[in-house]
Ligand binder design. Structure first.
Ligand SMILES: *[C@@H]1O[C@H](CO)[C@@H](O)[C@H](O)[C@H]1NC(C)=O
Ligand SMILES: *[C@@H]1O[C@H](CO)[C@@H](O)[C@H](O)[C@H]1NC(C)=O
Ligand SMILES: *[C@@H]1O[C@H](CO)[C@@H](O)[C@H](O)[C@H]1NC(C)=O
Length: 767
């Protein structure tokens, strides 16, 4: 009846270790509790080989505790000494010399004071660490075994053998969290799951990091739209973060790692030696960002982990009506990303609601500001050391402002990047395969992000959410009303018909989706060109251009995207029922499909590969009218038949959704009249942004002499306008820069994806 316990063969290295070390016999007089963790681990491994389960438990549990105790002692001692070293000597010294010493004599005294402090600190450390502390320092290999949580692998077998199931399950689960690819442990866990007497609550992670647990809880409440609970846990996560950060940094102050130097040949002089060690410690402290953001068992740390707390929090506070806190968190986030457009808009919105007099005094959080300042100073020193001594520093943060990096280093890095670019171009074909894999991976993670991000502000006045995902019975869906007035809708409908008769290549073709409807369409750029030629009213073409940008910004904000959304394709389309072809009509106006994958409804799968437009991330349709029969838009399940929600078109209404398999959709037959809508597809991948849009931007800039192509939000204070003006300059530069990138990327894109040729435009139209 016993489950097959498939323990991985005990590690050979550990057995060797056990043989080398003095292994006390169980029951001997030796005081086990004072032994270092590596000896206890070795003793536990040896007991495992003998099948002495209670000894395995005794030694392994003690090994875990011994390592933890050593860690705690080190941390406590270093923190205590750090706190002690700031007071005392220098102040007393200065009291004895009330008159400031001359410049010439200040130098040697400063040096002495500096080293005096170091001496005191070292003396403090020597006092507070136990004798022979180095005996407790674990070797690299043993430390790795602990990090892989190997002791829990032994423990789960031992506990199972002595029939302590709850402990066995906890140990198994704890091990598995850090080793998610461990097939044997997965099978063990499956067995445990089926066993009588095992409760769900037994599956605990005994080594869970509190800050990560709270963060995860906070985010999951956030996702469930429970802002109060999200706030509670995210604030707790931050508290735990500071503790973990302090501890992590204290642990960095260890011995110098010669890193491949032969220490016998190491002959650095005083300051060089100090700096070698100091930069190593400082680098390690900077590395705590990554250490704290890493999730057990996952290779990639969470990006921008600390700032992201404030991104979640600002919105959770906003959702629970606490504007002051929302402002505080938004300002805190902006410390790290001062140019974040969405956050700036949020802040402007919260400020407008709360009122300037209340909003202005709200500061970013003190502790974070301090952290940010310190981190910048550390980076400055590390970059200096990189520049001057060539001690490499890999910055773990994405938010570091460029000014922190010395000019010379920036140039050197630029040259290095260019060289790297040349090399990678040469092996480009090989890289592309890898790139595709990576792209899929990041797509997966953005898919994950999408779940969390919904419900951002609508940016413009006069817009309202008519239905959210919940009301639309799905995810990543929204219906927003108020984009256009009746007059504007009519102008755009006239524009399409005028464009069609002016002959822009569509000329009232039969719909590619049904023989019972005709189909006219015009792109933004075409409309502007026709306006320029006087074939359609210029104002209508401009309106068309403006309103598509408005939809783009709203989508970006509402779905809380942290990278810009680019136009991938936009098309104003009118479909007209052909009167004598409506009898017995059974086909839809547009069959059910998914925008970025090929839907196989029978197999219930959606294949995300070309010829599907796999790079499309979000879609929106803006309706111009509702005075026709049929033509409702609907979402379905993956089977393409079970309708989950229906949306009735009307002037100024937009339906927006993510373009993936979560949102199959179609359009019912238009049986009478004309149905007009602007279909918009967006991508997060700048490489796939629409070339025609860039041309349209240029044309608008030329025709209307606008500095900026973005529509500023309608609400803005005087102070904000000044900021906007400043931004415009930046924005322009960015556009130029982006174009260059696009141009470069297009070469790549053209060879890998079918270029959308003019004649196939109809096929691209899916709504
Ligand atoms: C810290 O300083 C205080 C007095 O300033 C002293 O009593 C204490 O022993 C010091 N702590 C350590 C660990 O040296
Ligand atoms: C389009 O937007 C620009 C910039 O906000 C504005 O000046 C212009 O009047 C708008 N034009 C139309 C036709 O909506
Ligand atoms: C969502 O589903 C409910 C129940 O099936 C239905 O009554 C409702 O109309 C659906 N929502 C939409 C927008 O179609």
């Amino acid at each position: 009846m016993a489950p097959r316990v498939l323990l991985a063969r005990p590690l050979f290295g550990l057995l060797v270790l056990a043989a080398q070390l003095f292994v006390p016999a169980v029951g001997a007089e030796t005081d086990l509790s004072s032994l270092p963790a590596d000896m206890l681990l070795a003793a536990g491994t040896e007991a495992y080989a003998r099948g002495d389960w209670s000894a395995v438990i005794l030694h392994m549990e003690r090994a875990l505790r011994a390592r933890e105790a050593h860690r705690a002692r080190l941390i406590q001692c270093r923190l205590r000494c750090a706190a002690n070293s700031t007071d005392g000597l220098p102040a007393k010294d200065e009291q004895q010399h009330p008159a400031p010493p001359a410049v010439g004599e200040r130098r040697p005294l400063d040096d002495l004071r500096f080293f005096g402090q170091l001496l005191r600190r070292a003396g403090c450390l020597r006092k507070c660490l136990p004798d022979g502390a180095s005996r407790y320092q674990l070797g690299e290999e043993t430390e790795l075994e602990f990090r892989k949580r190997s002791p829990y692998n032994y423990l789960q077998v031992a506990y199972f053998k002595i029939n302590k199931l709850d402990k066995a399950v906890a140990a198994a689960h704890t091990f598995f969290v850090a080793n998610p690819g461990h097939m044997e442990m997965r099978q063990n866990l499956d067995y445990y799951q089926m066993m009588a007497g095992v409760k769900d609550s037994d599956f605990v992670d005994l080594e869970a990091k509190p800050h990560m647990e709270e963060f995860r809880l906070g985010v999951s409440y956030y996702t469930e739209e429970k802002p109060q609970a999200a706030i509670l846990h995210l604030e707790k996560a931050l508290e735990a973060y500071w503790v973990a950060d302090t501890e992590c940094r204290a642990l960095c102050e260890g011995p110098y790692d010669y890193e491949g130097y032969n220490y016998l040949e190491y002959n650095a002089d005083l300051f060089q030696a100090i700096i070698d060690h100091y930069t190593q410690v400082l680098s390690c402290k900077q590395g705590c960002v990554t250490e704290l953001a890493s999730q057990t068992g996952s290779e990639k740390p969470i990006e921008d982990f600390l700032p992201s707390h404030f991104n979640y929090l600002q919105f959770a506070y906003y959702n629970s009506g606490d504007y002051e806190k929302a402002i505080e968190c938004a300002k805190t986030y902006l410390l790290f990303f001062p140019n974040d457009e969405v956050m700036k808009q949020n802040l402007a919105y919260y400020t407008a609601v709360l009122g300037d007099n209340l909003a202005t005094p709200v500061r970013p959080r003190k502790d974070v500001e301090l952290y940010w300042r310190r981190s910048l100073l550390e980076k400055e020193q590390l970059f200096f050391a990189y520049d001057v001594f060539g001690i490499p520093f890999v910055d773990p943060d994405t938010w570091t402002p460029e000014e922190v990096i010395p000019k010379r280093l920036q140039e050197k890095q630029k040259v290095e990047r260019e060289t790297a670019a040349r090399i990678s171009e040469e092996i480009g074909n090989l890289m592309k395969e890898i790139e595709n894999l990576v792209e899929e991976k990041t797509k997966e993670s953005t898919d994950m992000n999408k779940l969390v991000r919904e419900g951002g502000p609508l940016v413009y006045d006069g817009l309202g959410i008519t239905m959210n995902s919940k009301l639309l019975n799905g995810s990543q869906r929204v219906v927003v009303d108020g984009f256009l007035s009746d007059e504007e809708c009519r102008a755009l409908q006239r524009l399409t018909n005028a464009a069609a008769s002016a002959g822009d290549g569509y000329r009232g073709k039969t719909s590619p989706h049904t023989p019972s409807e005709t189909f006219y369409g015009v792109t933004v750029y075409k409309a502007l060109k026709l306006g320029q030629e006087g074939k359609v009213p210029m104002q209508s073409a401009y309106l068309y251009y403006n309103v598509t940008e408005k939809v783009r910004l709203v989508m970006e904000s509402y779905f809380r995207l942290d990278t810009p959304l680019h136009f991938s394709y936009s098309h104003l389309v009118c479909r007209t029922a052909i009167e004598d072809k409506q009898e017995d009509r059974a086909d839809p106006s547009h069959p059910v499909h998914v925008d970025n994958c090929i839907l196989n409804a029978e197999a219930l799968v959606c294949v995300k590969e070309p010829p599907a437009y796999t790079f499309r991330d979000y879609s929106a349709i803006l309706y111009l009218n509702g005075d026709f029969e049929g033509g409702a838009f609907y979402f379905t399940e993956l089977d393409a038949t079970t309708v989950t929600a229906e949306v009735q078109p009307q002037c100024g209404r937009a339906v927006g959704f993510s373009s993936g398999s979560e949102n199959p959709h179609g359009v019912k037959a238009v049986t009478k009249g004309q149905r007009c809508a602007i279909a918009l597809w967006f991508t997060l991948d700048p490489r796939h942004s629409e070339r025609e849009r860039v041309q349209a931007d240029d044309l608008v800039r030329m025709l209307f002499n606008t500095e900026e192509t973005e529509l500023p939000p309608e609400k803005e204070t005087v102070a904000e306008k000044e900021i906007v003006a400043e931004k415009e300059i930046v924005a322009e530069k960015e556009i130029v820069a982006e174009k260059e990138i696009v141009a470069e990327k297009e070469i790549v894109a053209e060879s890998s994806t079918p270029a959308p040729a003019e004649d196939t435009t109809l096929g691209k139209d899916e709504l």
